[in-house]
Design a protein around this ligand. Structure first.
Ligand SMILES: *Cc1c(COP(=O)(O)O)cnc(C)c1O
Length: 381
C-alpha cells in the first residue's frame, strides 16, 4: 500500500523529520503543563504563518471538523447565512449551515473563475442581512482561488462574520487573517502544511467569539463547539485528550515552513504553479479555469476520447502512480495536479509530469512536446 507514488492535492508528502517527530516518546498531554505551553507555542507559530493576533486552536480531526465546528457554533435556528458558491466545496458549505438549523442563501458564480467582486457587491447592496458568510479560499476540485483580500473586508463592512475554508490554500497561498478581516480561518494539517492528516487549525476573531458566546440557545454538541477552547490556556485544561504525537509532527512541519521562510515558501508555490500551467498550455492541454488559479493545485481538462478516469487507472496499473481526478461532476473531465506543501518541489514535479506525459501518450494523446522539457523551460523564466 505504501510503495505507490502519490501525486494528489492532499494529503501531501510528509518530510522525514516530521514523520520521525511523531515517533518520539511523549508526555501525558492531559496533566503535563509543559504540553500546554508546547500546544500554545505551536498555535502561535501558525498564527505567524496566517498573519494574525487572534487566538489559534488546533482541533483533533481533519479539515472537515473545522468547517462543521464553525457552522455548529455560529448557527442558531433560522439564522440567514450567505454561502459563496463557485465550486464544489463552496456549495457544500450549505449542508453544514442547514444541519444546524440555519437558512443558507447562495451567492453563485461561474465555476471556472474566481468570484466576481462587482457581482458580489451588487448582490450585497440588495441583500446583506446575514449573520455570517462562508467562503472557500481555494476550491480544490477545480483549483479556483478566491480573492479574500477583497471579499472579506466587503462582508465585514456589512457586519457579516466571515468563515473561510482555507484548508487547501493556507501555507501555500498568502492569507492575511487580520488585514483581510477574516473572522474564522480554517486550515488542515494534510495539505500545504505537509503534516499527516488528522488536525484542523482555526483562528477566531473577537467578533466571532462574541457572536458564538452570545447565542440565545446552547450549541448542539460538544466536539464541534468552538467555545470549549476559550480558556484552555488559563485553566491548563483541554476539552479532550490532545493527540500529542500528531501535534508534535505538525509543529515540526510548521518549523520547516518558518525555517524556509513563509515568503520563500509562497514564492516556491508560485514558481512551480506558473511553470506547470504554462507547460500544460503549450503541451496542448487546456486548463479548466479561465482565471483565478490557485498556486496549490492545477486542474487540467483531459480530452474526452481519453477520459480522466481511464488515465487515472492506467497510471496506477502501468506506473504504480496514484494521480487524482476531480469530484463529480468533473471526475472524468479533470486531472488535478497537486503542487502544495512538500509536493511543490521541482524534483517531485518533474517526476509527476514525466509520468503524466507518458500516460497520456500511451492512451493516444498526440503532441510533439514533452511536459518536463516545457516545465523546465518555464521554471527558468
Ligand atoms: C481537503 C479539503 C478539506 C478537508 O476535507 P477532506 O475532503 O476531508 O480532506 C476542506 N476544504 C477544502 C477546500 C479542502 O480542499
Amino acid at each position: 500500500m505504501n510503495d505507490k507514488f502519490v501525486y494528489a492535492p492532499g494529503p501531501t508528502s510528509v518530510k522525514e523529520n516530521v514523520r520521525l517527530e511523531r515517533a518520539k516518546a511523549t508526555t501525558n498531554p492531559d496533566v503535563d503543563e509543559e504540553f500546554v505551553e508546547f500546544y500554545k507555542n505551536t498555535c502561535d507559530k501558525i498564527g505567524k504563518i496566517i498573519k494574525t493576533k487572534n487566538p489559534v486552536y488546533i482541533l483533533s480531526g481533519e479539515g472537515i471538523l473545522g468547517l462543521e465546528a464553525a457552522c455548529a457554533t455560529l448557527t442558531e435556528q433560522r439564522d440567514r447565512v450567505l454561502v459563496l458558491d463557485n465550486g464544489i466545496y463552496g456549495r457544500g458549505f450549505k449542508d453544514f449551515v442547514e444541519m444546524y438549523g440555519g437558512e443558507g442563501v447562495y451567492f453563485s458564480d461561474d465555476y471556472n473563475k474566481a468570484i466576481d467582486i462587482n457581482k458580489l457587491k451588487e448582490f450585497l447592496e440588495k441583500d446583506h442581512d446575514f449573520k455570517y458568510a462562508t467562503i472557500v479560499h481555494c476550491d480544490t476540485p477545480t483549483g479556483v482561488l478566491n480573492d479574500l483580500s477583497k471579499i472579506c473586508p466587503m462582508l465585514n463592512e456589512y457586519g457579516i462574520i466571515t468563515v473561510v475554508d482555507s484548508v487547501s490554500a493556507m501555507a501555500g497561498e498568502d492569507i492575511q487573517v487580520d488585514d483581510w478581516k477574516i473572522d474564522i480561518a480554517l486550515g488542515g494539517s494534510q495539505k500545504a502544511f505537509s503534516a499527516p492528516a488528522g488536525l484542523t487549525m482555526v483562528s477566531i476573531s473577537e467578533k466571532a467569539k462574541e457572536a458564538m458566546k452570545n447565542r440565545k440557545t446552547p450549541v448542539v454538541g460538544f466536539y464541534c463547539n468552538l467555545n470549549i477552547w476559550e480558556n484552555y490556556y488559563e485553566n491548563k485544561w483541554f476539552p479532550y485528550t490532545m493527540p500529542i504525537s500528531d501535534i508534535m509532527g505538525l509543529s515540526k512541519a510548521v518549523d520547516n515552513i518558518l525555517e524556509e521562510g513563509i515568503k520563500n515558501v509562497l514564492n516556491r508555490h508560485e514558481k512551480i504553479a506558473n511553470a506547470t500551467r504554462k507547460a500544460i498550455d503549450e503541451y496542448g492541454l487546456e486548463l479548466f479555469l479561465e482565471e483565478g488559479y490557485s498556486n496549490t493545485v492545477t486542474a487540467v481538462k483531459i480530452p474526452e476520447c481519453i477520459g480522466a478516469l481511464k488515465l487515472k487507472s492506467h497510471m496506477l496499473c502501468k506506473y504504480n502512480t496514484l494521480i487524482i481526478t476531480s469530484l463529480k461532476p468533473y471526475d472524468d473531465v479533470i486531472l488535478r495536479i497537486g503542487h502544495m506543501g512538500e509536493n511543490a518541489r521541482e524534483e517531485k514535479m518533474v517526476f509527476a509530469l514525466n509520468i503524466i506525459d507518458n500516460g497520456l501518450k500511451d492512451l493516444g494523446f498526440k503532441t510533439d512536446n514533452e511536459l518536463i522539457r516545457l516545465f523546465n523551460k518555464y521554471l527558468k523564466e
